[in-house]
Design a protein around this ligand. Structure first.
Ligand code: TMP
Length: 254
């Protein structure tokens, strides 16, 4: 039985009411989905790894002054976060051609882009999250021009910082997706980074071998997803090699 009030359940996470007003608990599930949940699997231990990796990334971003919803990790699968009003957009930053950009524009995966590119997708499962322009966003009121300006400025800073952070551990940040929310402090509202940044929402390639260390391993049926996420965590220095990412995994029968 679960006594907590569930605010929202997404494909890979659940939001519960938090212990204090203005807070939520963000729970990381083991579910992996792709192609708007047409493909679905439960991958033991994925939630634990994403919780830790996203905690690490949000904490490092906060240290350089990026405002985020993150307060603290409370256990293996849960984070305490500030309740924000989500902007209904997926903001993707790309550094190297891959995925839908490669397909749409016929650019071979792995081709470095002449500059980092920001794309916006309208979060609407029924429509398969269509790509939209700044004009659509402001015309339909999903974000104001000033909010969109903040979102783009933050996205560029986050991309620059994370690109360096990952290069430092031998990983290329090919592309990644962010979501933002509105946080009110008194009468003042500001845009903050929300949701998660993890190998579920990014493309991470080993710099030397170009091996994929992200959810493409699941999307493309390559196997080895947990091992890849574990390697990302290990390189970032956030999970020691002997730590067990599968708290509900096989139990030794005595
Ligand atoms: P794409 O190449 O499929 O458009 O994906 C771009 C980036 O966004 C990639 O790092 C994966 C991430 N992403 C999500 O986090 N959620 C999604 O629903 C999609 C389609 C992509």
């Amino acid at each position: 039985m679960n006594r907590r009030h569930r605010i929202y359940e997404g494909k890979a996470k659940i939001l519960y009411e938090g212990p204090e007003p203005g807070t939520y608990i963000q729970f990381f599930k083991d579910d992996a989905t792709a192609f708007n949940a047409k493909k679905h699997e439960v991958i033991d231990g994925k939630g634990v790894l994403n919780n830790r990796i996203s905690e690490y990334i949000f904490t490092q971003l906060a240290r350089i002054g990026i405002p985020t919803h993150f307060i603290k990790r409370v256990n293996m699968r849960e984070q305490l976060i500030k309740a924000v009003d989500m902007v209904p957009l997926e903001v993707v930053v790309r550094n190297i051609a891959a995925g839908s950009l490669s397909k749409r524009l016929g650019i071979e995966e792995g081709t470095p882009l002449p500059q980092s590119i920001i794309e916006f997708y309208y979060k609407k499962d029924k429509l398969d999250d269509p790509m939209v322009s700044e004009e659509h966003i402001t015309a339909f009121g999903w974000a104001t021009p000033a909010e969109l300006e903040d979102i783009m400025q933050l996205s560029i800073r986050i991309n620059d910082f994370l690109t360096g952070l990952f290069v430092g551990v031998g990983i290329e940040l090919v592309d990644f997706k962010m979501e933002f929310g509105r946080l009110w402090e008194g009468d003042v509202m500001h845009i903050v980074l929300a949701d998660e940044i993890s190998p579920d929402s990014s493309r991470l390639w080993d710099i030397n071998t170009k091996e994929k260390m992200d959810k493409d391993r699941f999307r493309r049926d390559m196997g080895g997803l947990i091992e890849a996420y574990q390697e990302v965590a290990k390189r970032l220095g956030i999970m020691n090699e002997n730590e067990q990412p599968r708290p509900n995994g096989p139990v030794l029968v005595k």
